[in-house]
Design a protein around this ligand. Sequence first.
Ligand code: BG6
Length: 802
Amino acid sequence: MSFYCKLMSKMKLLLYFCIYVKIFSFIFAYELQHTDVVLLGGTGDLAKKYLWQGFFSLFQKYSNENSSFSFTAIGRTVYEEGTKKLKEILTSSVKCGKEKNDTCEEKKSEFISLVKYANLKTQYEYETFCQNLSKKEMSTKNGHIFYLSIPPSAYESTVKTLSEYCYRNDNETWTRFVLEKPFGRDLESAQQQANTIAEYVQETDLFRIDHYLGKSVVKQILLFRKSNKETLEPLLNRQYVDRIEIVMKEIIGVKDRTEFYNQVGVIRDVMQNHLTELLTLVTMELPRNLTDSKEIEEQRNRLLIKVRPVRESGILTGQYSKYLEEAIGAKGNLSQSKYTPTFAAALLKIENSRWTGVPFILMSGKMLDERSSYIRIIFRERIFCVTGCTDGNSSHMHYPRQLIFQIGHGDVPSPGILVSKSLFKPVWCPGLTELSVTSKDSLIHGQRPGDFHYAVSKDKHEAYKSLIEDMYLGCKESFVTLERLLLLWKIWSPVLESIETRVTRIYKEGADHSLNFRIDNDHLVFINDSQSDILELEDSIVHDVKPIISPTDMLMIPSTFMGENLVCKDLIFLFHSLADRIKNIAVMAIQKRNVFHLALSGGNSPVPLFQILAEDSDFPWSVTHIWQVDERCVSQKSDKSNFLSIYQNLIRHINIPFFNIHFMPVDINGRICEESDKGDNHYEEAVKYILDDLRFDAVLLGLGKDGHTASLFPGEKYSSFLSDNKLVAYTKAKDQSQRMSLLLPLINKARDIIVLVTGKSKHGILQTLSEITSNNAKIPITLVKPADGNLTWYIDYGAWMG
Ligand code: BG6
């Protein structure tokens, strides 16, 4: 046994610390304990499918002469009917499984006879019920477990009632409240729900269940990483990992849950919780001590802070074709059902030194071609096959190298861990048994079964069984803490809001290839018909743009506009080509002068550009200086602030030196554009000090409907815009609000000027400009004339065609 394996066995002992403590106290203190389990929603689906079996296992393992239990199912039906239903459920769902023997059967009968039914509605009924709980036994210690398997909308009121009548926090009683997801529907509601519950229950007594954390293979992830620390950890980073896929495919649909599903959709149902939790386990720093739940939690949260919120362009959604029909049948809210995704794929990014640049694909869907959930880590290929290559292509990069945690189903005989033989020979620790892989399919995750090392969990428990035991023992590491819950929501909340009314792709049940997608320049696109997705994306970026352009019109687009270069494209392509252009300018500038100076204007139009640039991890940010073209005279915290927009959409996502960020000083200690503060002069001085030749490498300008550019508006004194002895000045917008702006002499000195014009609403001004034969000094944009550089118009079809 290797050193790590030995360590693992010791750790496993420690991991069960909670069990030992309990057993120790039972045996040596002769403590008599009685536990009351109250299952609210005890005749519901979840109870039927998993919970009663889980409680039976608990009863089997822990009931003895010192430890007794009683169980109550609380349901909505009246007593006689409820009792009958409960008996039926227990008889059909509680099983002895493999250990079918007399002792187990006896225990099972004992268990079933212990479970009582109660129909509690009024406060008084709760009060009486709770009073009876602690009177039951002459025990020295009482445990109360309230498992809320009820609609989340009822959590707050139920917890309040229970806490009022049943919550005893004396030395003789411990209480646990168990909640099932969903915990809120976004960051705000989760926080609010948590606040309300915290008024009644202490966080230490709350157990938030994510059943994926109880799955046997999931419980092995950190142990496996630890036991293979020396070989695996040096590979688990951006240098070696090509991408990580975290997938949960289902063949079933929503069935009779459309009402619930309309509220959540697949992203809230499984991606914000199950799949992101899995992501954390494979990407967090490996805790030094796996018995230290505090350290594990800290590492998890440290990682989650670094996961960037998912972007709108990084998520694809779909809905199986029969979903609407099902919703109609269920008389659900049809206007909502239309937008409910039953499939989603999302691209996640982690911004830390270990993972920057690695794509993480999280994907889940109902009514797909197979049932399978897994984490698949695909390593970069560095091996070239020279001889013995089976595909006949001798120089072809050959063996796939991957590590797969097969969490449920799939093509393998049993959930387990698969490691490509070409990767390394793993050390399997006590919880795992090595097997040889067999599969009905010739390939598993693209690789021949025989090319994998494979091991399965020895303890193939149901997730709920293990979570119920952990909860009983008070081991909190298998549950979702409040801090983690809020971090998880921070990743998903913004995108959920922005795609709320996105039209989803309709897919056929089963194997529908139209769901196949690819990563394209840091966003996701469906492979077939990517055009229509781009249009959807455009709609969500700039709402007034619906470009419809025929191939003939496309051919008629000239290559210049007003005598300068013209790039005219579909919105999303326009942004990507502009981002490429800026990068090229940057690379050239750095080759020549070792530095790149970029001046950016504000407003809504360039936001998608900022986002694309922010996604580009190869951009030479460390030698880039970011300047502002103009700024509104508002507090820097105002959502009107141009700098805030540049900061939020770009700067905070990139590694740019602090001293390379040059924001216009419109807010000097809360004094907004006080002339006497001479903010314009200060900015001008900074330009003169840092830019020897006063030449920006690239200046990004916008164009207003009235022809303004930067913050140079029609109606101002043009001479002041053009005066050579001033480079930066306070100006006034049409509504007389104050601004700060670069002036034309400085703008016109730039090596590259780019004018970005998007959206239908700009069509009018483009038309006006195209009809101008001579310079019209009343339209500031016509005064933009590079002295010794290029000017390029970037115009999208919406603005071009109107
Ligand atoms: C639940 C979701 O959390 O997980 C369901 O609410 C989903 O929609 C289920 O079907 C899948 O769990 P498992 O354990 O079967 O992978």
